[in-house]
Write a new protein. Structure first.
Length: 308
């Protein structure tokens, strides 16, 4: 049986620690304690960024669905492979083939030991922070990892830094897993995206812009005011923190131009849907640039034969 795994013990930690904007740090002993904490306290989302695929008949896939009682258990079968993330692997642990367990134990020794209630000195790391990174006008995107078996469920993990309004559009694509920086936990000075010029509203599409600058002096005046108000709101935010206002409330004054960062683990079928929709001329320019960056990072495949 062929078993393929995307991720490592550190991947779980990175996707948890992005909440604190500390996803680049490595401290093996603290990392191992964090994985145990996440597991014991059912903080499940960081485990979704590790993907397991193994050869199996459709009957094995249906058997897993039948045996696992959790109503939120998710496992997929396509083109001879069964796919599930580590969260679902844990929930189906008693029913997973032994060959798959052995490979998970080898590739994620800390996590496997925690599942079994054991200890281990071993800890697996990602090979790099990102494989490749592309800058856009409003932020950047990096390819963290890929699992490509030539199926519609090939998987990818990206780390994205972009303005809040782009992230909220991105998160509408729900077939995937997200972990994001939280300003409940961090208080470092945020950065902001300021466009080089302000685009005109399209007269033909209520939700779209056209690649044409608004007239002067309004363009320069508005940009100057945007910069002024962002600086002013940042000062207000910092003053509130200095006076012991809770971070979860103080963050409310920060504008949508503020950058955020998140991890996105997504199957090919959903990734191609994102690219198809967000490269369309009616999509917002900033997210169109990210969609094009995705094509440059991992390519684009033909649309799938589904109605929706």
């Amino acid at each position: 049986m062929k078993v393929h795994i995307m991720g490592s013990d550190q991947r779980i930690v990175r996707c948890a620690r992005v909440s604190f904007a500390k996803d680049a740090e490595v401290d093996k002993e603290r990392d191992k304690k964090l994985i145990k904490y996440l597991f014991e306290n059912k903080h499940a989302s960081p485990f979704e960024h590790v993907i397991i695929a193994f050869e199996g008949e459709k009957s094995l896939w249906l058997g897993l669905i039948e045996r696992v009682s959790s109503p939120v258990f998710q496992v997929y079968w396509t083109e001879g492979y069964i796919y599930l993330n580590l969260r679902n692997f844990i929930n189906a642990f008693e029913h997973i083939p032994q060959e798959v367990k052995e490979e998970v134990k080898k590739r994620l020794p800390t996590t496997y030991a925690i599942i079994e209630g054991d200890d281990t000195e071993s800890y697996s790391l990602d090979s790099s922070y990102v494989i490749k990174k592309i800058e856009t006008s409003s932020g950047w995107i990096g390819l963290v990892d890929r699992l490509e078996l030539g199926t519609s469920m090939d998987y990818y993990t990206f780390v994205v830094e972009c303005p809040l309004f782009v992230a909220r559009q991105w998160h509408r694509h729900r077939f995937g897993s997200y972990n994001e920086v939280s300003r409940r936990y961090v208080s470092y000075d945020p950065t902001f995206y300021i466009p080089k010029y302000l685009r005109k509203q399209s007269s033909k599409n209520r939700q779209a812009s056209i690649e044409e600058q608004i007239e002067e002096p309004w363009n320069s005046l508005f940009l100057k005011k945007i910069k002024f108000y962002m600086d002013d709101l940042l000062t207000l935010y910092k003053n509130m923190l200095e006076k012991a206002v809770a971070r979860e409330l103080a963050r409310g004054v920060l504008p949508q131009f503020m950058h955020t960062r998140f991890y996105w683990t997504v199957p090919r079928i959903s990734l191609d849907n994102f690219i198809s929709l967000r490269r369309h001329e009616s999509a917002q320019k900033e997210i169109r640039e990210f969609a094009q960056a995705l094509v440059e990072l991992v390519g684009y495949r033909k649309s799938y034969n589904f109605r929706l």
